[in-house]
Ligand binder design. Sequence first.
Ligand SMILES: Cc1ncc(COP(=O)(O)O)c(C=O)c1O
Length: 475
Amino acid sequence: MNGTNGTTNGVKSPKPSFPAEATSKEYAISLDKSDPLRALRDEFIIPSKANLASKKLAKPGLSNEPSIYFCGNSLGIQPKAVAKYMEAQLDTWSGIGVCGHFTDLEGSPLSQWQVLSEQAAASMSKIIGAAPDEVAAMGTLTMNLHLLLASFYRPTEKRRKILMDWKAFPSDHYAIESHIAWHGLDSKDNMVLIGPDEGTYEIPTEKILEVIDQHVDDAAVLLLPGIQYYTGQLFDIPRITRYAQERGLIVGWDLAHAYGNAEIKLHDWNVDFAAWCTYKYGNAGPGAMGGLFVHERHGQVDYSEGEDSPKFRHRLTGWYGGDRSVRFKMDNKFKPIPGAGGWVLSNPSVIDLTTLCAALSVFDKTSMKELRKKSFHLTAYLEFLLLSDSTDEDRPFKIITPSDPHARGAQLSLLLKPGLLHNVADSLQKAGIICDKREPDVVRVAPVPLYNTFSEVWQFVQVFKAALSPMRLKL
Ligand SMILES: Cc1ncc(COP(=O)(O)O)c(C=O)c1O
């Protein structure tokens, strides 16, 4: 597996298969023993069962029994590097004050503040498959989507619609709705929701292409999630992007659930723009600083009409998007940084950048190719165990995430029969298993290749099935 999302030289890897004895605990342990990434778990502090059960602020309790944390699709756990990086940053600030802006300190893992966002962008660019200049570490996901829409959604008399996910995350929905209204247009007429067929959850690529065809004359932008937060479906980003662009649309992706999860090649796939948060699979902390991508062809600054007349794609601007060489001239002549950096507004929070750089230092020890390879296997093992001893008819739940491992990331979404969710959630909680429930009936389970194990997957499935079995009798 050496390519994108489980491909070898462009050929898709087959779905992992497992022998009958794979249902045993010993088999799970043997998978952990042969996992080449197993040492990465030590880079993290796994919340302990004792701390989860207590309501008192406590130290991490490294010696306490760890929980099984399958909620990295919502909030990743803390890398040990965060404390070390934070200490270095606090010492920089207390030690040299304002001089931290321009001083690289020996022994610190962090750059001077003026270029710290570039340190983060360089590492993030490897995660999403871009050149460092095409990425900016800044803001938050919703804010960055607003900034990108301000640049890329330029409705005309003819083309004014935005094609989007029918179950978009609410913040994306509101952002798009408000942009359409901002242009004085009616959002009801100009938001085209692309959904699955009645009674299904997966949106076939063909269906998305069909909707693009239907709106080839009136759509301006296609904005989709790389991975759908509810179902866990990973979309065929390169194919959809190419198809829509060939028909004149601008294409953007919300990578909240894909960043640090799937293998992404934003530059090669010619995506126009993208934004993501870093607190899920990225582990940079609750509300951490986000990232945005602008393809190099949109970030160019043209000085052919003179030094004082740069031409560049319209954006909402701020002084930190201005080239460092002239930023402090205070002459009010905006000269954007070429690339995504030209979209930055403010002097960024170095505290936010510090946790982000710490989290990225763990990704720098591996690659998305390696992580994806393990994830492909880990999630397939979860699916295998969940389905191993029952048929579709007698199972009190259904996996609504695509069964094709190329069409999903780490997460499986389990749709329970009505009325089962609270009991299942209680049993998981009592067993010290953290995963996320979505009312009314869905449990989302995300084994994360950076820190989860095959044995944890095995343990989860035992608890999950035990929670369902007495109820099964009552169905
Ligand atoms: C798909 C998606 N879009 C947008 C958001 C909102 O992110 P933020 O609060 O960082 O703006 C989230 C948050 O979980 C999300 O999952």
